[in-house]
Design a protein around this ligand. Structure first.
Ligand SMILES: *Cc1c(COP(=O)(O)O)cnc(C)c1O
Length: 474
């Protein structure tokens, strides 16, 4: 499957292979990669997935996107390895919490949030492609909490990767910190920086801007816009729909949304042929996406902290992939619209584009009060403790759903024990960490601390990255 950049204005546009898209992440023109065409997931293909394991469904759904990257047998093995460590046999189990109303639990991976479902697989894919090309890379990133641990778990013990994650000292929760600092793998390093999250991000950017350093260590970023993450997230939509009766029955989903990656994966699954009736977007008070769907205007406002911090985002990078479709895959038009968005803070979208988006999605804003109510109601009505992000999805599903005859699946994107204060405040019950992490607070930590200083951070990388070796540097 060839891939295109959403901002490529040339005719014909440049077409890239999966492996290059995987390693590049972002296109050189600033665009995001999307497949040239949508593989078809028709009724016979869906029926063939019935009764198959999650890893088998993953291999079948991803195969057309991967092209020649992996032979079928190797792909089956890679998918099996990616999900082997998950602590539920179904990997992404469905739990009924009301009439035609389900939760899909996406917190059975190593860091208890849905990002594991993509990153565990992408870490293995990276390692595979780098080994094949006899390359090594150094992955660097900044985290305000959650993405860091999911990326660390995905890269630990991979021979082709060294990883350095910067986090702001004293500004992540103890559980978040320990999920990064207790990983006893020599190739991953979580570093506390005496500064803010923005300082950490600036240090990462400065390392990329230091050309000799960047080249010497083959720096690569961890980012949320890699196509491979979307591809891996398609899988749980397909698995859930098949389990609930697809292709004979349609299914609806409610997705808590920040960067638009997760809900865009649902859109992609629908484009491939998955019978999705309704797609409901849930946002917190940072509601730029809900405002766009409901009013046609996408205007940036300040990011405000909320109970669901992983969705405290105003500019949703993956929205660009939807815009590409709304503009009939016209890369020049996408580039122009985004330039204006950056300049004016307001996205120029035509009436037709807005109506098309409204036909695809419903959207609900769920503020902190409504989030607390959603946690409390769900606990009272079903005996389930849900985290604040899941609570946004549940509230959006209830408010936004029109078709009561179609099963509605709300995505449970994090384990409640990742956000114990919010859950305890709403229910009076403190959620416990699952067995695999029960001793997290007793595990030994490695806690290097550095000044907010580029030289200090680069020296640390020089001292701890494994030598690139023969054939290692590209
Ligand atoms: C990242 C994250 C989200 C937002 O997902 P997007 O793909 O950015 O829309 C929602 N909930 C949790 C728990 C997350 O970690």
């Amino acid at each position: 499957m060839p891939y295109l950049s959403t901002r490529d204005a040339r005719t014909p546009p440049e077409r890239l292979a999966f492996e290059d898209v995987l390693l590049a992440g972002l296109a050189p023109d600033g665009g995001l990669y999307v497949p040239e065409a949508w593989p078809v997931l028709d009724a016979p293909a869906l029926r063939a997935l019935r009764g198959r394991s999650y890893a088998e469904i993953a291999a079948a759904v991803m195969a057309p996107f991967l092209g020649e990257t992996l032979a079928p047998e190797a792909l089956n093995n890679l998918a099996a390895a990616a999900y082997r460590g998950f602590d539920h046999a179904a990997v992404a189990p469905l739990k009924e919490i009301g009439p035609e109303f389900w939760l899909m639990e996406l917190f059975h991976g190593p860091t208890l949030a849905f990002k594991d479902y993509a990153l565990q697989l992408v870490g293995l894919l990276f390692d595979h492609v780098l080994a094949k090309r006899r390359r090594r890379v150094t992955v660097i990133g900044a985290t305000s909490g959650d993405t860091g641990s999911a990326a660390i778990e995905a890269c630990r013990d991979r021979p082709s990767l060294d990883m350095f994650i910067l986090y702001p000292e004293g500004r992540v929760s103890e559980v978040q910190r320990r999920q990064m600092t207790t990983v006893a793998s020599p190739n991953v390093h979580a570093i506390a920086v005496a500064g803010s999250f923005d300082d950490c991000q600036d240090l990462v950017k400065a390392m990329f801007a230091d050309q000799p350093f960047r080249t010497a260590f083959n720096l690569t970023a961890v980012n949320s816009i890699n196509w491979a993450r979307i591809m891996a997230q398609l899988v749980y939509y397909v698995a859930a729909a098949v389990a609930l009766g697809a292709p004979e029955r349609p299914v609806s989903f409610a997705v808590p949304t920040g960067n638009f990656g997760n809900v865009y994966a649902a859109y992609a699954a629908r484009r491939m042929g998955l019978p999705i009736a309704e797609l409901v977007i849930g946002t917190n008070r940072n509601d730029i996406l809900a405002r766009f769907i409901n009013t046609g205007r996408m205007t940036i406002e300040r990011v405000e902290p909320s109970l669901s911090p992983s969705m405290d985002i105003q500019v949703s990078s993956n929205f660009e992939r939807l815009l590409f479709e709304l503009k009939h895959r016209d890369g020049a038009a996408v580039a122009g619209a985004l330039a204006e968005f950056r300049r004016t803070g307001s996205l120029p979208a035509s009436e037709a584009e807005w109506r098309a988006a409204q036909g695809l999605f419903a959207a609900c804003r769920v503020d902190d009060d409504a989030t607390r109510c959603s946690i409390a109601d769900t606990w009272r009505e079903t005996g389930e403790l849900i985290d604040p992000h899941t609570a946004v999805a549940v509230a959006a599903a209830k408010a936004g759903r029109r078709r009561r005859d179609v099963p509605m699946v709300a995505l449970a994107c994090a384990h409640p024990a990742k956000f114990p204060e919010a859950v305890a405040a709403a229910t009076g019950r403190r959620p416990e960490l699952p067995g695999r992490l029960a001793d997290l607070l007793q595990r030994p930590e490695r806690r290097p601390k550095l000044a907010n200083d580029l030289g200090a951070v680069e020296d640390y990388v020089r001292a701890h990255a494994r030598p690139m070796g023969k054939g290692g540097t590209a």
